[in-house]
Design a protein around this ligand. Structure first.
Ligand code: GLN
Length: 484
Protein backbone atom coordinates (compact mmCIF):
# COMPACT_ATOMS: atom_id res chain seq x y z
CA UNK A 1 0.00 0.00 0.00
CA UNK A 2 2.82 2.47 0.81
CA UNK A 3 3.92 2.50 -2.85
CA UNK A 4 0.57 4.10 -3.75
CA UNK A 5 0.03 7.61 -5.06
CA UNK A 6 -2.49 10.01 -3.49
CA UNK A 7 -4.88 9.21 -6.33
CA UNK A 8 -4.64 5.46 -5.62
CA UNK A 9 -4.98 5.94 -1.85
CA UNK A 10 -8.05 8.09 -2.43
CA UNK A 11 -9.66 5.24 -4.40
CA UNK A 12 -8.64 2.69 -1.75
CA UNK A 13 -10.26 4.75 1.01
CA UNK A 14 -13.33 5.46 -1.08
CA UNK A 15 -13.89 1.75 -1.76
CA UNK A 16 -13.24 0.81 1.89
CA UNK A 17 -10.20 -1.33 1.05
CA UNK A 18 -8.48 0.35 3.97
CA UNK A 19 -9.46 2.83 6.67
CA UNK A 20 -7.63 6.07 7.33
CA UNK A 21 -6.65 4.75 10.76
CA UNK A 22 -5.02 1.67 9.18
CA UNK A 23 -3.33 3.74 6.51
CA UNK A 24 -2.04 6.28 9.01
CA UNK A 25 -0.71 3.50 11.26
CA UNK A 26 1.08 1.97 8.28
CA UNK A 27 2.85 5.25 7.43
CA UNK A 28 3.59 6.05 11.09
CA UNK A 29 5.27 2.65 11.38
CA UNK A 30 7.41 3.39 8.34
CA UNK A 31 8.32 6.82 9.71
CA UNK A 32 9.41 5.27 13.00
CA UNK A 33 11.33 2.52 11.23
CA UNK A 34 13.30 4.76 8.88
CA UNK A 35 13.51 8.18 10.49
CA UNK A 36 16.52 7.13 12.58
CA UNK A 37 18.58 6.71 9.42
CA UNK A 38 17.06 9.31 7.06
CA UNK A 39 16.24 12.06 9.61
CA UNK A 40 13.43 13.43 7.43
CA UNK A 41 11.16 14.37 10.33
CA UNK A 42 11.75 16.83 13.14
CA UNK A 43 8.43 15.83 14.72
CA UNK A 44 6.27 12.77 14.08
CA UNK A 45 2.69 13.58 15.13
CA UNK A 46 1.62 10.13 16.24
CA UNK A 47 -1.23 11.06 18.55
CA UNK A 48 -2.62 13.90 16.44
CA UNK A 49 -2.38 11.86 13.25
CA UNK A 50 -4.37 8.97 14.73
CA UNK A 51 -7.02 11.34 16.08
CA UNK A 52 -7.31 13.04 12.70
CA UNK A 53 -7.49 9.63 11.00
CA UNK A 54 -10.38 8.55 13.24
CA UNK A 55 -12.34 11.71 12.43
CA UNK A 56 -11.54 11.27 8.74
CA UNK A 57 -13.00 7.75 8.88
CA UNK A 58 -16.16 9.19 10.46
CA UNK A 59 -16.30 11.93 7.82
CA UNK A 60 -16.07 9.30 5.09
CA UNK A 61 -18.69 7.09 6.71
CA UNK A 62 -21.00 10.12 6.86
CA UNK A 63 -20.48 10.76 3.14
CA UNK A 64 -18.62 14.06 3.71
CA UNK A 65 -15.28 13.13 2.24
CA UNK A 66 -13.26 15.09 -0.28
CA UNK A 67 -10.66 13.27 -2.43
CA UNK A 68 -7.81 13.53 0.09
CA UNK A 69 -9.81 12.98 3.29
CA UNK A 70 -8.00 10.52 5.55
CA UNK A 71 -4.69 10.54 3.66
CA UNK A 72 -1.53 11.30 5.67
CA UNK A 73 0.62 14.13 4.31
CA UNK A 74 3.83 15.51 5.86
CA UNK A 75 4.27 19.24 6.41
CA UNK A 76 7.51 21.15 6.06
CA UNK A 77 8.41 22.53 9.49
CA UNK A 78 8.13 26.09 8.16
CA UNK A 79 4.30 25.99 8.31
CA UNK A 80 2.83 27.00 11.66
CA UNK A 81 0.75 24.18 13.12
CA UNK A 82 -1.43 25.01 16.10
CA UNK A 83 -0.21 23.30 19.29
CA UNK A 84 2.69 21.58 17.52
CA UNK A 85 6.36 22.52 17.55
CA UNK A 86 7.21 24.63 14.50
CA UNK A 87 10.99 24.99 14.43
CA UNK A 88 11.85 26.10 10.87
CA UNK A 89 14.95 23.93 11.30
CA UNK A 90 16.40 26.39 13.82
CA UNK A 91 17.56 26.32 17.44
CA UNK A 92 15.92 29.76 17.62
CA UNK A 93 12.49 28.11 17.38
CA UNK A 94 13.32 24.78 19.02
CA UNK A 95 10.94 25.69 21.88
CA UNK A 96 8.25 27.29 19.70
CA UNK A 97 4.77 25.79 19.76
CA UNK A 98 2.76 27.64 17.13
CA UNK A 99 -0.43 29.24 18.52
CA UNK A 100 -2.26 29.08 15.16
CA UNK A 101 -2.37 27.22 11.84
CA UNK A 102 -0.92 28.53 8.58
CA UNK A 103 -3.60 28.90 5.89
CA UNK A 104 -2.13 25.90 4.04
CA UNK A 105 -2.54 23.78 7.20
CA UNK A 106 -6.03 25.15 7.85
CA UNK A 107 -7.09 24.18 4.32
CA UNK A 108 -5.57 20.71 4.67
CA UNK A 109 -7.32 20.20 8.02
CA UNK A 110 -10.61 21.31 6.51
CA UNK A 111 -10.12 18.75 3.72
CA UNK A 112 -9.65 16.02 6.35
CA UNK A 113 -5.97 15.43 5.53
CA UNK A 114 -3.95 13.74 8.29
CA UNK A 115 -0.87 15.69 9.45
CA UNK A 116 1.63 12.87 9.94
CA UNK A 117 4.62 15.01 10.92
CA UNK A 118 6.81 18.05 10.41
CA UNK A 119 9.70 17.60 8.04
CA UNK A 120 13.33 18.57 8.46
CA UNK A 121 14.66 21.49 6.43
CA UNK A 122 17.57 23.85 6.07
CA UNK A 123 17.51 26.45 8.84
CA UNK A 124 14.92 29.10 7.89
CA UNK A 125 14.91 27.51 4.40
CA UNK A 126 18.40 28.80 3.63
CA UNK A 127 20.36 26.13 1.84
CA UNK A 128 20.44 23.62 -0.98
CA UNK A 129 21.48 20.49 0.90
CA UNK A 130 19.54 20.33 4.18
CA UNK A 131 22.84 20.43 6.04
CA UNK A 132 22.15 23.78 7.71
CA UNK A 133 19.35 22.31 9.87
CA UNK A 134 19.78 22.53 13.66
CA UNK A 135 18.39 18.96 13.69
CA UNK A 136 21.15 17.51 11.53
CA UNK A 137 21.45 16.58 7.90
CA UNK A 138 18.79 14.59 6.05
CA UNK A 139 19.92 11.59 3.98
CA UNK A 140 18.91 10.95 0.40
CA UNK A 141 17.27 7.48 0.27
CA UNK A 142 18.86 6.82 -3.15
CA UNK A 143 22.32 6.93 -1.56
CA UNK A 144 22.58 7.69 2.11
CA UNK A 145 26.03 9.24 1.70
CA UNK A 146 24.44 12.02 -0.35
CA UNK A 147 22.23 15.02 0.40
CA UNK A 148 18.53 15.15 -0.51
CA UNK A 149 18.83 18.76 -1.69
CA UNK A 150 17.26 21.66 0.12
CA UNK A 151 15.75 23.45 1.69
CA UNK A 152 12.73 21.09 1.59
CA UNK A 153 15.02 18.04 1.88
CA UNK A 154 13.06 16.31 4.65
CA UNK A 155 9.87 16.45 2.58
CA UNK A 156 11.64 15.19 -0.56
CA UNK A 157 13.40 12.34 1.24
CA UNK A 158 10.19 11.30 3.06
CA UNK A 159 8.19 11.13 -0.19
CA UNK A 160 10.99 9.34 -2.10
CA UNK A 161 11.32 6.73 0.68
CA UNK A 162 7.50 6.43 0.86
CA UNK A 163 7.35 7.44 4.53
CA UNK A 164 4.60 9.80 3.48
CA UNK A 165 2.67 9.66 0.18
CA UNK A 166 3.15 13.44 -0.31
CA UNK A 167 4.42 16.51 1.50
CA UNK A 168 4.42 20.28 1.41
CA UNK A 169 7.49 22.31 0.55
CA UNK A 170 8.39 25.95 0.05
CA UNK A 171 10.44 27.45 -2.75
CA UNK A 172 12.28 30.77 -2.46
CA UNK A 173 15.02 29.98 -4.97
CA UNK A 174 14.42 26.33 -5.82
CA UNK A 175 13.66 24.61 -2.52
CA UNK A 176 10.76 22.54 -3.88
CA UNK A 177 12.20 21.78 -7.32
CA UNK A 178 15.86 21.05 -6.52
CA UNK A 179 15.19 18.49 -3.74
CA UNK A 180 12.45 16.98 -5.94
CA UNK A 181 15.06 16.57 -8.68
CA UNK A 182 17.69 15.10 -6.34
CA UNK A 183 15.23 12.65 -4.74
CA UNK A 184 13.33 11.57 -7.87
CA UNK A 185 9.94 13.04 -7.05
CA UNK A 186 7.60 15.67 -8.55
CA UNK A 187 7.69 19.22 -7.15
CA UNK A 188 5.57 22.18 -8.19
CA UNK A 189 6.46 25.77 -7.34
CA UNK A 190 3.25 27.71 -8.02
CA UNK A 191 3.04 31.31 -9.29
CA UNK A 192 4.00 33.82 -6.58
CA UNK A 193 0.84 34.57 -4.61
CA UNK A 194 -1.09 31.46 -5.70
CA UNK A 195 -0.72 29.66 -2.36
CA UNK A 196 -1.08 31.74 0.82
CA UNK A 197 2.04 32.63 2.79
CA UNK A 198 0.05 33.32 5.97
CA UNK A 199 1.63 31.31 8.77
CA UNK A 200 4.51 30.19 6.56
CA UNK A 201 7.63 31.49 8.33
CA UNK A 202 9.13 34.17 6.09
CA UNK A 203 12.58 33.90 4.51
CA UNK A 204 12.41 36.32 1.54
CA UNK A 205 8.80 37.47 1.30
CA UNK A 206 8.83 38.59 -2.34
CA UNK A 207 10.14 35.17 -3.44
CA UNK A 208 8.66 32.61 -0.99
CA UNK A 209 5.97 30.27 -2.29
CA UNK A 210 4.55 27.04 -0.87
CA UNK A 211 3.62 24.07 -3.01
CA UNK A 212 3.22 20.28 -3.32
CA UNK A 213 5.95 17.61 -3.34
CA UNK A 214 4.47 14.36 -4.60
CA UNK A 215 5.16 11.20 -6.56
CA UNK A 216 3.19 12.33 -9.60
CA UNK A 217 1.82 15.42 -11.32
CA UNK A 218 -1.68 14.08 -10.79
CA UNK A 219 -1.03 14.07 -7.02
CA UNK A 220 0.35 17.61 -7.19
CA UNK A 221 -2.90 18.64 -8.91
CA UNK A 222 -4.95 17.00 -6.14
CA UNK A 223 -2.97 18.89 -3.51
CA UNK A 224 -3.21 22.19 -5.40
CA UNK A 225 -6.98 21.78 -5.39
CA UNK A 226 -6.79 21.94 -1.59
CA UNK A 227 -4.14 24.60 -0.97
CA UNK A 228 -4.42 27.17 -3.81
CA UNK A 229 -6.49 30.32 -3.57
CA UNK A 230 -6.80 33.91 -2.42
CA UNK A 231 -6.26 34.64 1.27
CA UNK A 232 -7.09 38.06 2.66
CA UNK A 233 -4.61 37.45 5.49
CA UNK A 234 -1.72 37.47 3.00
CA UNK A 235 -1.42 40.89 1.36
CA UNK A 236 0.45 39.47 -1.65
CA UNK A 237 -2.02 36.65 -2.23
CA UNK A 238 -3.33 36.65 -5.82
CA UNK A 239 -7.01 37.41 -6.46
CA UNK A 240 -6.96 35.30 -9.59
CA UNK A 241 -9.55 32.58 -10.31
CA UNK A 242 -8.47 29.14 -9.13
CA UNK A 243 -8.50 26.25 -11.61
CA UNK A 244 -9.66 22.72 -11.01
CA UNK A 245 -6.10 21.46 -11.37
CA UNK A 246 -7.14 17.90 -12.24
CA UNK A 247 -9.52 18.92 -15.03
CA UNK A 248 -6.95 19.31 -17.82
CA UNK A 249 -4.46 16.60 -16.82
CA UNK A 250 -5.31 14.37 -19.77
CA UNK A 251 -5.49 17.06 -22.47
CA UNK A 252 -3.40 16.37 -25.54
CA UNK A 253 -0.11 18.26 -25.80
CA UNK A 254 -0.11 18.05 -29.59
CA UNK A 255 1.17 21.36 -30.97
CA UNK A 256 2.69 22.49 -27.64
CA UNK A 257 5.58 24.90 -28.26
CA UNK A 258 8.55 24.34 -25.97
CA UNK A 259 11.38 26.85 -25.65
CA UNK A 260 14.87 25.59 -24.88
CA UNK A 261 17.02 28.39 -23.43
CA UNK A 262 20.48 28.20 -24.89
CA UNK A 263 21.87 29.53 -21.58
CA UNK A 264 20.54 26.39 -19.78
CA UNK A 265 22.33 23.87 -21.96
CA UNK A 266 25.79 25.42 -22.12
CA UNK A 267 28.71 25.39 -19.76
CA UNK A 268 27.90 24.54 -16.17
CA UNK A 269 25.60 21.65 -17.07
CA UNK A 270 27.00 18.17 -16.51
CA UNK A 271 26.90 16.29 -19.84
CA UNK A 272 25.21 13.27 -18.27
CA UNK A 273 22.43 15.46 -16.93
CA UNK A 274 22.11 17.13 -20.34
CA UNK A 275 21.57 13.72 -21.98
CA UNK A 276 18.75 12.82 -19.61
CA UNK A 277 17.07 16.20 -19.98
CA UNK A 278 17.34 16.02 -23.78
CA UNK A 279 15.84 12.52 -23.77
CA UNK A 280 12.97 13.85 -21.65
CA UNK A 281 12.35 16.63 -24.15
CA UNK A 282 12.38 14.05 -27.01
CA UNK A 283 9.65 12.21 -25.12
CA UNK A 284 7.54 15.38 -25.15
CA UNK A 285 8.19 15.73 -28.89
CA UNK A 286 6.89 12.20 -29.39
CA UNK A 287 3.69 13.36 -27.69
CA UNK A 288 3.31 16.11 -30.28
CA UNK A 289 5.30 19.05 -28.87
CA UNK A 290 7.70 21.09 -31.00
CA UNK A 291 10.89 22.69 -29.70
CA UNK A 292 12.74 25.84 -30.51
CA UNK A 293 15.84 27.49 -29.11
CA UNK A 294 15.19 30.65 -27.10
CA UNK A 295 17.34 33.14 -25.24
CA UNK A 296 17.20 34.23 -21.61
CA UNK A 297 20.15 36.61 -21.88
CA UNK A 298 20.30 37.71 -18.25
CA UNK A 299 20.46 34.18 -16.81
CA UNK A 300 24.03 34.66 -15.60
CA UNK A 301 22.90 37.60 -13.47
CA UNK A 302 20.22 35.62 -11.67
CA UNK A 303 22.45 34.11 -8.94
CA UNK A 304 24.14 37.41 -8.02
CA UNK A 305 20.76 39.22 -8.03
CA UNK A 306 19.08 36.48 -5.97
CA UNK A 307 21.90 36.41 -3.40
CA UNK A 308 21.41 40.13 -2.84
CA UNK A 309 17.58 40.24 -2.79
CA UNK A 310 17.06 37.08 -0.68
CA UNK A 311 19.56 38.01 2.08
CA UNK A 312 18.24 41.62 2.13
CA UNK A 313 14.71 40.38 2.78
CA UNK A 314 15.89 37.74 5.24
CA UNK A 315 17.85 40.26 7.31
CA UNK A 316 14.68 42.27 7.67
CA UNK A 317 12.35 39.28 8.28
CA UNK A 318 14.61 37.64 10.84
CA UNK A 319 14.91 40.80 12.91
CA UNK A 320 11.66 39.73 14.60
CA UNK A 321 13.51 36.96 16.45
CA UNK A 322 14.48 39.13 19.41
CA UNK A 323 13.84 36.45 22.11
CA UNK A 324 11.38 38.68 23.90
CA UNK A 325 8.03 37.01 23.27
CA UNK A 326 9.08 33.66 21.82
CA UNK A 327 12.13 31.79 20.64
CA UNK A 328 15.47 30.91 22.18
CA UNK A 329 16.64 33.11 25.07
CA UNK A 330 20.17 33.13 26.48
CA UNK A 331 20.82 32.44 30.19
CA UNK A 332 20.89 35.43 32.56
CA UNK A 333 21.06 38.39 30.16
CA UNK A 334 22.80 41.44 31.70
CA UNK A 335 20.71 43.98 29.83
CA UNK A 336 18.57 44.31 26.69
CA UNK A 337 21.48 44.50 24.30
CA UNK A 338 23.09 41.42 25.86
CA UNK A 339 19.73 39.61 25.55
CA UNK A 340 19.51 40.38 21.82
CA UNK A 341 23.14 39.67 21.02
CA UNK A 342 23.63 36.45 22.91
CA UNK A 343 20.18 35.01 22.15
CA UNK A 344 20.57 35.63 18.41
CA UNK A 345 24.20 34.57 18.50
CA UNK A 346 23.23 31.24 20.08
CA UNK A 347 19.92 30.74 18.26
CA UNK A 348 21.02 31.18 14.65
CA UNK A 349 23.40 28.93 12.74
CA UNK A 350 26.31 29.93 10.52
CA UNK A 351 24.48 30.15 7.17
CA UNK A 352 21.63 32.21 8.62
CA UNK A 353 24.13 34.63 10.21
CA UNK A 354 26.01 34.90 6.91
CA UNK A 355 22.78 35.84 5.12
CA UNK A 356 21.71 38.35 7.78
CA UNK A 357 25.10 40.05 7.54
CA UNK A 358 25.06 40.15 3.72
CA UNK A 359 21.50 41.48 3.82
CA UNK A 360 22.27 44.21 6.36
CA UNK A 361 25.30 45.21 4.28
CA UNK A 362 23.48 45.48 0.94
CA UNK A 363 20.70 47.50 2.56
CA UNK A 364 23.04 49.87 4.41
CA UNK A 365 22.93 53.54 3.38
CA UNK A 366 26.26 53.58 1.58
CA UNK A 367 25.73 50.39 -0.44
CA UNK A 368 21.98 50.31 -1.11
CA UNK A 369 22.20 51.74 -4.64
CA UNK A 370 25.19 49.65 -5.62
CA UNK A 371 23.71 46.34 -4.50
CA UNK A 372 20.05 46.22 -3.56
CA UNK A 373 18.77 48.70 -6.13
CA UNK A 374 20.95 47.17 -8.85
CA UNK A 375 19.64 43.70 -7.99
CA UNK A 376 16.05 44.95 -8.23
CA UNK A 377 16.81 46.33 -11.70
CA UNK A 378 18.28 42.99 -12.76
CA UNK A 379 15.16 41.33 -11.42
CA UNK A 380 13.09 43.37 -13.88
CA UNK A 381 15.39 42.38 -16.76
CA UNK A 382 15.03 38.72 -15.84
CA UNK A 383 11.25 39.00 -15.71
CA UNK A 384 11.25 40.74 -19.10
CA UNK A 385 13.47 38.00 -20.58
CA UNK A 386 10.88 35.40 -19.58
CA UNK A 387 7.98 37.47 -20.88
CA UNK A 388 9.70 37.97 -24.24
CA UNK A 389 10.46 34.26 -24.52
CA UNK A 390 6.92 33.28 -23.54
CA UNK A 391 5.49 35.33 -26.42
CA UNK A 392 6.82 32.71 -28.83
CA UNK A 393 6.58 29.51 -26.81
CA UNK A 394 4.07 27.99 -24.37
CA UNK A 395 6.54 26.64 -21.84
CA UNK A 396 10.27 26.59 -21.22
CA UNK A 397 12.10 23.31 -20.56
CA UNK A 398 15.52 22.56 -19.14
CA UNK A 399 17.33 20.95 -16.24
CA UNK A 400 16.21 21.57 -12.65
CA UNK A 401 19.62 21.21 -11.02
CA UNK A 402 23.20 21.43 -12.26
CA UNK A 403 23.98 17.90 -11.04
CA UNK A 404 22.70 14.88 -9.15
CA UNK A 405 22.75 14.56 -5.34
CA UNK A 406 26.20 15.47 -4.02
CA UNK A 407 28.02 13.90 -1.07
CA UNK A 408 27.23 15.02 2.46
CA UNK A 409 29.79 17.64 3.63
CA UNK A 410 31.09 18.08 0.08
CA UNK A 411 30.04 21.72 -0.25
CA UNK A 412 29.26 22.77 3.29
CA UNK A 413 32.42 24.91 3.60
CA UNK A 414 32.08 26.36 0.11
CA UNK A 415 28.92 28.49 0.13
CA UNK A 416 29.61 29.99 -3.29
CA UNK A 417 29.62 26.58 -5.02
CA UNK A 418 26.44 25.74 -3.14
CA UNK A 419 24.84 29.01 -4.34
CA UNK A 420 25.89 28.32 -7.94
CA UNK A 421 24.01 25.02 -7.89
CA UNK A 422 20.77 27.08 -7.88
CA UNK A 423 21.48 28.35 -11.40
CA UNK A 424 18.34 26.99 -13.08
CA UNK A 425 15.87 27.67 -10.30
CA UNK A 426 16.37 31.14 -8.79
CA UNK A 427 15.42 33.17 -11.88
CA UNK A 428 11.94 31.61 -11.79
CA UNK A 429 11.41 33.01 -8.27
CA UNK A 430 12.84 36.41 -9.25
CA UNK A 431 10.20 36.48 -12.03
CA UNK A 432 7.43 34.96 -9.84
CA UNK A 433 6.59 32.27 -12.41
CA UNK A 434 5.32 28.72 -11.82
CA UNK A 435 7.61 25.75 -12.54
CA UNK A 436 7.59 22.01 -12.02
CA UNK A 437 10.34 19.41 -11.70
CA UNK A 438 9.56 15.86 -12.87
CA UNK A 439 11.76 12.75 -12.63
CA UNK A 440 13.40 12.20 -16.03
CA UNK A 441 15.97 9.44 -15.45
CA UNK A 442 19.08 8.47 -13.54
CA UNK A 443 22.82 9.09 -13.66
CA UNK A 444 24.79 6.50 -11.64
CA UNK A 445 21.59 5.45 -9.87
CA UNK A 446 20.82 9.01 -8.77
CA UNK A 447 17.67 10.78 -10.01
CA UNK A 448 17.64 13.70 -12.46
CA UNK A 449 14.75 16.16 -12.83
CA UNK A 450 13.38 17.91 -15.91
CA UNK A 451 12.11 21.44 -15.24
CA UNK A 452 9.16 23.02 -17.03
CA UNK A 453 8.51 26.73 -16.55
CA UNK A 454 5.17 28.29 -17.49
CA UNK A 455 3.61 31.73 -17.64
CA UNK A 456 1.80 33.25 -14.66
CA UNK A 457 -1.05 31.10 -13.29
CA UNK A 458 -0.44 28.33 -15.83
CA UNK A 459 -0.06 25.62 -13.20
CA UNK A 460 -2.79 23.55 -14.91
CA UNK A 461 -0.85 23.51 -18.14
CA UNK A 462 2.39 22.50 -16.42
CA UNK A 463 0.58 19.73 -14.56
CA UNK A 464 -1.01 18.58 -17.83
CA UNK A 465 2.36 18.35 -19.61
CA UNK A 466 3.98 16.66 -16.62
CA UNK A 467 1.09 14.18 -16.37
CA UNK A 468 1.29 13.25 -20.05
CA UNK A 469 5.04 12.83 -19.65
CA UNK A 470 4.50 10.53 -16.67
CA UNK A 471 1.98 8.45 -18.57
CA UNK A 472 4.63 7.87 -21.23
CA UNK A 473 7.55 7.23 -18.82
CA UNK A 474 8.29 5.23 -15.65
CA UNK A 475 11.00 7.31 -13.96
CA UNK A 476 8.62 8.58 -11.27
CA UNK A 477 7.68 5.01 -10.32
CA UNK A 478 11.19 3.98 -9.25
CA UNK A 479 11.59 3.50 -5.49
CA UNK A 480 15.01 3.51 -3.80
CA UNK A 481 16.36 0.10 -2.75
CA UNK A 482 15.39 -0.86 0.77
CA UNK A 483 12.25 1.30 0.75
CA UNK A 484 10.12 -0.67 -1.77
N1 GLN B 1 19.05 27.27 -2.20
C1 GLN B 1 18.46 28.56 -2.17
C2 GLN B 1 18.95 29.33 -0.96
O1 GLN B 1 19.74 28.81 -0.28
C3 GLN B 1 16.98 28.47 -2.20
C4 GLN B 1 16.35 28.18 -0.90
C5 GLN B 1 14.86 28.16 -0.96
O2 GLN B 1 14.26 28.07 -2.03
N2 GLN B 1 14.25 28.27 0.20
O3 GLN B 1 18.56 30.42 -0.69
Amino acid sequence: MHQSTLAQLSTALESNQISSEELTTLYLDRCKQFNGSLNCFITINEELALDQAKSADQQRAAGNASPLTGIPIAQKDIFCTNGIKTSCGSKMLDNFIAPYDATVIEKMNAAGIVNIGKTNMDEFAMGSSNETSFYGAVKNPWDQDTVPGGSSGGSASAVAARLSPAATGTDTGGSIRQPASLCGITGLKPTYGRVSRYGMIAFASSLDQGGPMTQTAEDAALMMNVIAGFDERDSTSAEHPVDDYTARLNDSIEGLKIGLPKEYFGEGLDSNIAKIVEAGIKELEKLGATCKEIELPNTELSIPAYYVVAPAECSSNLSRFDSVRFGHRCENPKDLSDLYCRSRGEGFGKEVKRRIMIGAYVLSAGYYDAYYLKAQKIRHLIRDDFQNALKDVDVIAGPTATGTAFKLNEMIDDPVSMYLSDLYTVSVNLAGLPAISVPAGFVNNLPVGLQLIGNYFEESRLLNIAHRFQQATDHHKAIPEGFE
